[in-house]
Design a protein. Sequence first.
Lengths: 219, 219
Amino acid sequence: MEESVAAGSSSSSSSCSRWNPTKEQISTLEEIYNQGVRTPNPKEIKEIMERLKVYGPIEGKNVFYWFQNHKARQRQRQKDHHQQQLRLQQHHHHHPYFNRFLNSISPPISPTVVRSPAYGLVQSEIGHFQNQHSNMVVSPRTDQALPVMKMPPQPISPRIEDVVPMMIPPEPIHPRTLDLFPQHPTLTLAAGRARQQSNHELANHNFIDFFTSPGRDQP
Amino acid sequence: MEESVAAGSSSSSSSCSRWNPTKEQISTLEEIYNQGVRTPNPKEIKEIMERLKVYGPIEGKNVFYWFQNHKARQRQRQKDHHQQQLRLQQHHHHHPYFNRFLNSISPPISPTVVRSPAYGLVQSEIGHFQNQHSNMVVSPRTDQALPVMKMPPQPISPRIEDVVPMMIPPEPIHPRTLDLFPQHPTLTLAAGRARQQSNHELANHNFIDFFTSPGRDQP
DNA sequence: GCAAATTAATGATTTATTCAAG
DNA sequence: CTTGAATAAATCATTAATTTGC
């Protein structure tokens, strides 16, 4: 019914305006996201894309963008929710100190951080790369609390989160230890590449690779 | 000793870590940039890449990144320059009010700017930007202000730009009306597509297309 | 002269903003 | 209002300059 329509498939170039995901596509993407995938590499993108094609037209960039946006907006919602919570709490306590933050939260330091404790748990995957020169703390702004594949525990400066305990753990996130598509054994995405490769020596596993295909230029 | 070294081109394999542009590549890129190219679309990227390959190994993403970084950093340098100018001006006038800023601005601004003659500071092409949707305001927050690299704290006080109007119009920039490689008639890059196409209704001409190439994976 | 130690540049990634289609 | 798409800003990480002690 409401599926398969979307962007009018391939033939027409008339209204390729923007990708219109089907319900199945979205739910599958969310599933994958909930498995812990945040920034799929080109290979993963491709597999996801291929998988979702059966539900309707879709391209790699759609997958890529979807994850970008979903990640960002989940975080945003989280943040908003946190602020909401803080606000309520504050209101409840009428704590003068916290009020200061609430009112000035936007411009200065936003309580964006608040990282989930789940990250450090992935030893099987997470190597220990980190900045080589990490002997000196380099977190001027804490960092952006990236998910899997990044950032071991970092001290962080006294921020709001240090003062007010978080109540809503930002996204459970499973350390992507399982396949993306358990239902489809045809695809073995995460399974095969479970290794870390965080050390850049392996590869830049980001989207750009998709169109650069490294190791091809030098005869 | 001022030449020949560069990236040696051939050896390459030693460290795939990151692209090391040769002098020729850089100067060519700058030339192209100075012609007005800021965000080359995939086609352009490919052409540029192909052209630069004769000087050494290079990939599409290198070109893409180079433009991104160059654009951003030119803008940054310009801004720094502005601040520098403002500082001098201030100093000249001994304006009591401004002096306040001067004292707090010193730390962020370091003599880093006009320091290395590396290859930077192209003549007078200080940049400005032309985002496709430029009908709107561009720098809503202008918050970074202390770009030079790792800079510790931030004044956050009323910034100078808010008080003193800018005097240097951001970026002359030619509307990329000419070919990228006049010397090589083989390539006719910008020639055909000189339009603005700011309305994205034409196409998403951005890097992502590069690896999505609509209508390619579908057999 | 030179190599270790610092510092500056800059290539590569990630995140935040923005715009507009639906 | 939601969200796909696109770009700019911020950040990270590595390489080249350079300084420094020998």
